[in-house]
Structure formats: C-alpha cells, structure tokens
Design a protein around this ligand. Sequence first.
Ligand code: SAM
Length: 311
Amino acid sequence: MKDSFGREISYLRISVTDRCNLNCVYCGKEDCAKKATELSPAAYYTIAKAFASCGINKVRITGGEPLVRADVVETVRLLRTIPELKTLALTTNGVYLAQYAAALKEAGLDSVNISLDSTDGSTYRHLTGADVLDKVMAGIAAAEAAGLAPVKINAVLMKGVNSQGAAALIELTKERPIDVRFIELMPFSEQGENAALRVTGDEVLRQFPFLKPVAGEEGTARYYAGEGFAGRVGLISPVSHKFCAQCNRMRLLCDGKLKPCLGDDAVYDILPYLEDEAALVEQIKTIILKKPAGHRFEENAPAHGLNAIGG
Ligand code: SAM
C-alpha cells in the first residue's frame, strides 16, 4: 500500500533481538547485552503475513545480532511459507554465520548482508570490542558456499579510525562477486554524532576514481565497480544524499513495536492485535499512514541506538 506521501511500502525489517555479541563503537547508546522482550518465530510469522497482505514483498531479519537466537532458522522457515514474500534476507555481523549459513539457506533464506568495517585484525577489534575477524571471514566464505547470493558486505567508514582500510575492503570485490557497501555514519552514538568522523559517499568516489557507475538495483545504494571487477562497490548516503522520498520501509522492533522511520522516535505497539488478524492488518495500515516524510538527523539524534532498531 502507499503511505500518505505516495510511497509504496514494500519492505519490512524485523529486529528479532536487541542483544548483540559485539559492541561496535558507532552503533548504540544502550548496553548490547540488554534483553527486551523477544517475540516467538510464530509471532513474526503472524506479523509478516499481515504485512504481506498490505503489500510487503521483502523482509529482512536483523537485530541486535539475529544469530544470537538459534530459533532464527525456524523464523526463516516460517516466513518462507508466505507466498507474497519474494525476498527474504538477513543482516548479521557474521561471527556465527559459518555455523548457520547452510541451515539458513535450506530454511529458505535468499541472501545475507554481513557487517565488516575492517580487514585488519587490530582495527576490527578496536571497532567491535572482539577478536573475531577470522570468524567473520569464515562466515563470509560460508555464505558464498551456501549460495546466499548476493553476499553484501556493509562497512561504516570513520576518518582516521578505519577509513585507511577502505582500499582493502574494495579489493574484496576484485575477484569475488561480492558487493561492498559503504554506509555513511549516522548519529546513533557519541561517535555517530561526530560529523567530523563521517566519510561521505562522494569522498569515497574522489579517493577511488577508478570506480565507475554500474547499473544497480533500485533502492538506497548507488553502485560502482572497478573495470573487470567481479563485484561492486555500493554507496549508501543517508546523510549527504537523503533518500527518504524513496523510502519503502517499515521496521518491527524486537519487543513488537512498529517504527515507521529510522530517524524518528515514534513507535507503535502492535502486540495487542496479534490474536486478531483483521484488526492487526487494520492497525498496520493505520501506522503505515503515520510514516513521516523523512528523517531529521540534522536537527536531532534519535533516542535509541541502532542495536535496538536493527539498522
Ligand atoms: N548485528 C547485525 C550487523 O552487525 O549487521 C545487524 C544489526 S546492525 C545495527 C545493522 C547495521 O547497522 C550494520 O551494518 C552496522 O554497521 C550499521 N550501523 C550501526 N550503527 C551505525 C551508525 N551509527 N551509522 C551507520 N551505520 C550504522
């Protein structure tokens, strides 16, 4: 269905937990070990089915870190039975992905986005608080082997922190059909609110002039590639190239609240409607119509960290 600004809402992001096994410096204002109410796989199925009847055709499972929940495979299996869902994807930090990639694929997952901000061990440890780069690299290889395609790597560059590693991340796209996407730092933490740390998409292009535009999917990323490279480089620039006018997303937080806009603090509880499918659909439609025109990062930072929202 269309929202009140004429945008076709077709994409639901489900955060299945606010817990995370990493503690990325730019991500949250909350404690990553905190545990809000988490819904069951059956509840996610009920909600996604209601959304599908409102026109949602893509669901992404996120967190916190979704793979801290072993029943995420069951959630994928249930969501896959909803015929309207053309795309079922998951975003992960990759630490547990080697364990889960084959089972997720078998349960019906189409693709994964993996967060990797540096290929250098000590920079990775500094950013995430954990010495697990080897596990993430194994997770990326496992996702490729399982056919969770396309494998996309998400990286947030910060000046003087990990920006010097951008070339090594781009290098990953040379031989492998991987998309490396640079997401601009958003104001979700003390670091995120420090605009001086932000590397814009245009700055990446100036630094790597061999990257030329290539046709890419519609959506939030602009895509580029080096000549003859197997993969692509994506630029996601929510701050310098605001894309709210094309935003097709709704977000479900792990405690059952709907968040129509990443950069707006309003949330709406849909748990009271779970037992009544018709009422749930009506409530979802009402909330979609409350989606604001756009984020206001430039005026005020959101109250919650991304670990609680799911990115
Ligand atoms: N744990 C999973 C992961 O690491 O991908 C899913 C949740 S994480 C919050 C989703 C995405 O949000 C990650 O790619 C992360 O890099 C991004 N992210 C977190 N904080 C951010 C910030 N302040 N600015 C831009 N992106 C951010």
